[in-house]
Design a protein around this ligand. Structure first.
Ligand code: ADP
Ligand code: ZN
Length: 724
């Protein structure tokens, strides 16, 4: 017997199969979709078995050396899905398959010692056991063990001392057995199931579980979407099928997963990047063993090997986190569509602020639109006001306006909670010298360094470059540095000084590096151990805290000023999501947005909670400028350590594209990319706008191959990029 194996070798042109002989000892074990180690030229490398066959024309074949892990293999659906991933993102097949495996299974780091076991006791010989009970007058503890086992109790070996147990084992009365132990092991934490509202009932009934339809649930924040998702999943489980539910961020999984454990208990598996390798291994095993029916997780959970899927749900479908920004550059929604097609089941997308693309599809009936336009019960949408910071500056209010200050003090007195949102971490964002005008920039990235006070260093948020701050200008050696810009760290200091009696917590990438820190912060908020929560976009989405009645946006202009055609859409969704954290229960909420552009259109759409107006306004612009959803985009980056080489090849690329594409696409560039220099690589960008991907696919494949084998220049092709 022979196996066709694709091998893991860095070079694209090797993205094809090689045939190997299957040695006798593996004949009954080896399955399609398994990882193996094979000889390749003079080295041994890793590969995936994608076919097993009885005959081959090749002679002189080498043997497979070993099977990497017999427990894990990709099923037929996922093997097919890998081909789609390759075609739609132009990655190699091996990259596609590696992406689908949990990272603990990454070929290079493979370890086989992830399995944990618990050891239990059981009766070996029932006659001996009964005799022991009848004829022994002492040995009470030993008799207790036997009695409990005869009563079918489950007993861990380490409940009893070895002196008690060993004689019983020796006499052949009991023995031990091992059972896999899972690191995450939640039973049912029974949660009361609320009675669905009429709107929720209606939404649920609109989803046809026997179809392959795509639904867009457009429901305002706090309209009970999560409850709708759970009810849909309940229905799917009754049909004996399974479900995947994606959430955009780890910080969200905690709350959602707890609600899911409450409803579905141990039938739930969880999947995200903050799990340890061991935990991920366990969760994967549960899925493969068919022990779980529901998987909740972030982007990569879309690849879990669930069988018989009955629905896939993507919450906060507009989130850019669903797009992977490095190779393979896939979008979870595209993968979900493919999987739903395979399983002939519906895909449910949900959001309070759908992406323009999704909403446009709903308007055109490609997606079925389901609307939830009211909050649950007595909860109402929060009152939103815009504060003109130019006026506040005149009063020397640089960070907190009078209106926000009054509102915070009011909530502190009432023992309600406040959320302050600032989408910049660190202390200050620009450090310059007053004497000579020098500005600190990352030498690898040409990006200003952010000052972090706690660790007293200057950091690049792109490459991680760190420099100790010795307060002396490296250019003129004067002690004349000044610090501008506001990050969450400085905001925290400021707030602590201002509201001395308040309990304050900060949630951003710097305070959540430790494992379990997300959960800890969230439970502190839930238990009302904090009064003011400040943070970055990490606190913006999906979180549900009934006591939060005030949300303050410190600087709304941060995202307005991003030079991207989607900045209006992103600003709207970000600020609407943050606003949506306020007043989700009985006490009405208030939102205060600080800005230097109080007349800005987008901010006023947010203020009026007006998604339709935002949609119409943005669509007009997109149409005129030929952007999505009217045209598709692909961004091509030509990257090199050598500036001239990158520039030259970028021009060559444009010339090539002009020649072969003619009128099939609008070709823009080359220009320098928005992040022009990152980690010492110069990046030039070309943007294609087109109506039909099939018309440009071959040209992209050609470029990918040419630069895939180029010595000095590499290429990054991003099909449907989320930002350009
Ligand atoms: P969304 O996901 O749309 O933002 P959630 O599903 O988080 O909204 O619901 C908001 C709040 O309302 C939650 O605290 C949730 O437990 C509660 N809730 C949802 N549905 C109901 C219902 N039918 N009856 C009572 N409370 C509900
Ligand atoms: Zn850098």
């Amino acid at each position: 017997m022979y196996a066709d194996v694709i091998v893991e070798y860095g070079v694209k042109s090797l993205d094809r199969t090689f045939t190997y002989l299957i040695p006798e000892k593996f004949k009954n074990k080896l399955k399609i979709g398994m990882k193996v180690v094979v000889p390749f030229g003079k080295v041994t490398i890793n590969g995936f078995v994608i076919n097993i066959k009885d005959t081959t024309e090749n002679t002189d074949l080498k043997e497979i050396i070993s099977i990497t892990n017999e427990e894990f293999s990709l099923n037929k659906e996922l093997l097919e899905l890998g081909k789609y991933l390759k075609e739609s993102t132009l990655c190699t097949l091996i990259t596609a398959y590696n992406t689908m495996f949990p990272s603990s299974m990454k070929i290079k780091t493979i370890k086989n010692n992830y399995n944990l076991y618990d050891t239990y006791l059981r009766i070996k010989d029932i006659n001996k056991a009964e005799n022991y009970l009848n004829y022994n007058t002492k040995a009470f503890r030993r008799k207790e063990v036997i009695t409990r086992l005869l009563d079918r109790e489950i007993i861990l070996k380490n409940e009893y001392n070895l002196e008690i147990i060993n004689p019983l084992i020796k006499e052949g009365i009991i023995d031990i057995y091992k059972k896999t132990k899972y690191r995450i092991n939640k039973g049912l934490i029974l949660e009361n199931k609320p009675k669905l509202t009429l709107d929720q009932e209606k939404a649920i009934n609109e989803v046809n579980l026997n179809s392959n339809d795509i639904y867009l649930i457009h429901g305002v924040t706090g309209s009970g979407k999560t409850e709708v998702y759970m009810s849909l999943i309940e229905k799917v489980l009754k049909l004996n099928k399974t479900a995947i539910m994606l959430v955009p961020e780890i910080s969200l999984t905690t709350q959602i997963v707890n609600r899911f454990y409450g409803r579905f208990g141990s039938e739930v598996a969880i999947f995200h990047s903050a799990l340890s390798d061991g935990e991920r291994h366990d969760e994967y095993k549960k899925i493969l063993a068919g022990e779980v029916k529901v998987v909740v997780g972030t982007r990569s959970a879309i690849f879990v090997p669930l069988e018989n899927i009955g629905v896939i749900i993507i919450d906060e479908e507009h989130s850019t986190n669903y797009k992977q920004e490095n190779n393979p550059r896939y979008h979870a929604i595209d993968i979900a569509k493919k999987r739903c097609e395979y399983h002939n089941c519906p895909l449910v997308l949900g959001s309070a602020t759908p992406s323009l693309e999704s909403f446009a599809r709903a308007i055109k009936n490609v997606y079925k639109l389901v609307t939830l336009d009211k909050r649950i019960g007595k909860a109402v949408m929060p009152k939103i006001s815009l504060i003109d910071m130019a006026e506040e500056y005149k009063k020397r209010n640089m960070i907190i306006s009078d209106a926000l200050d009054n509102a915070i003090r009011d909530r502190l007195i009432k023992h309600e909670q406040v959320m302050l949102f600032l989408n910049r971490r660190g202390f200050t964002t620009i450090v310059t010298c007053k004497n000579c005008g020098y500005t600190y920039k990352c030498s690898n990235c040409e990006i200003t360094l952010t000052y972090h006070k706690t660790s007293n260093n200057l950091r690049c948020h792109y490459c991680g470059y760190t420099k100790l701050n010795n307060e002396i200008c490296p250019s003129c050696a004067e002690k004349a540095l000044s610090y501008y810009g506001l990050g969450t760290e400085k905001l925290e200091t400021e707030i602590k000084e201002r509201y001395k009696e308040a309990r304050i917590i900060r949630m951003d990438a710097d305070t959540t590096t430790k494992k379990g820190s997300h959960e800890k912060i969230i439970s502190m908020i839930e238990n009302e151990e904090v009064d003011i929560i400040l943070g970055t976009q990490m606190i913006s989405k999906g979180l549900d805290f009934p006591k939060v009645t005030l949300v303050g946006v410190i600087n709304a202009d941060e995202s307005l000023n991003i030079p991207d055609f989607r900045s209006g859409e992103y600003t709207f969704s970000l600020l609407s999501q943050v606003s949506g954290r306020a007043g989700r229960s009985e006490i009405p909420g208030e939102v205060i947005i600080q800005t230097f552009n109080p007349d800005d259109k987008t901010l006023n759409f947010v203020k009026n909670n007006d998604y339709p107006d935002l949609y119409n306004y943005e669509m007009q612009i997109r149409k005129v400028l030929k952007y999505p959803p009217y045209f598709y985009l692909t961004s091509i980056k030509i990257v090199s350590k050598d500036y001239n080489e990158a520039s030259k090849e970028a021009t060559n690329t444009v010339n090539y594209l002009k020649r072969v594409l003619n009128d099939k696409a609008i070709i823009l560039g080359p220009t320098t990319a928005a992040m022009f220099k990152i980690k010492n690589y110069y990046r030039f960008q070309i943007v294609l706008k087109y109506k039909d991907f099939n018309h440009i696919k071959d040209a992209l494949k050609y470029l990918d191959e040419v630069y895939g084998n180029h010595k000095k220049v590499s290429i990054e092709i991003d099909i449907n990029p989320i930002r350009i």
